[in-house]
Design a protein around this ligand. Structure first.
Ligand code: ADP
Length: 162
């Protein structure tokens, strides 16, 4: 069976943690749609178009991964795409409560869509987009957290903001 999965998120910016989930999902599902959530959020560093472009460059080598963006309810988007799986990453217990609530709510809204959780790779468990932005803003090295392409863009944004 061809299983289409949607991997939604803010990806502001994409990190090695996100890329690990994308890599592993691409081996499990026939098609993975990585989708940038356009719902309004404060404190974003990158525009949706910039995040889509970054993800596109970072996943170029995967033939079954595509990048998109969506607005509104995730389950409606998943249905439109013919996806029966939503992939989410889990880092720590702190992620669990919110994810638990979302997965149940999404199941209630669309019984045919299942949420599949991937446990973070050990090396990536402490990485989040917010940590990346904070460390970079205070002049710390982010080379172990994001690919060089993302690092350069984050540093450019910080320089522009000063
Ligand atoms: P959101 O605002 O939807 O949580 P994020 O971009 O922060 O967007 O995260 C998207 C998804 O990727 C979430 O399921 C999140 O738990 C997961 N994720 C983020 N960082 C990591 C990581 N280091 N390891 C595994 N999963 C991660």
């Amino acid at each position: 069976m061809r299983t289409i999965a949607v991997y939604p998120g803010s990806f502001d910016p994409p990190t090695f943690g996100h890329l690990d989930i994308i890599d592993r999902s691409s081996r499990v599902f026939s098609r993975v749609i990585v989708s940038v959530a356009l719902n309004i959020r404060k404190n974003v560093m990158f525009t949706p178009a910039e995040r889509v472009a970054l993800l596109g460059k970072l996943t170029r080598s995967y033939s079954n991964v595509e990048i998109d963006s969506f607005r509104g309810l995730l389950v409606n988007y998943a249905r439109d795409k013919g996806a029966h799986v939503v992939v989410r990453g889990l880092r720590a217990i702190s992620d669990f409560e919110y994810e638990f609530q979302m997965a149940h709510m999404n199941k209630k809204l669309a019984a045919e869509v299942d949420t599949v959780f991937m446990m973070t790779g050990e090396r990536y468990s402490y990485i989040s987009s917010n940590i990346v932005k904070e460390i970079a803003a205070f002049g710390g090295k982010i080379d172990d957290l994001v690919p060089a392409l993302v690092r350069d863009q984050v540093l450019r944004k910080i320089r522009k903001g000063k």
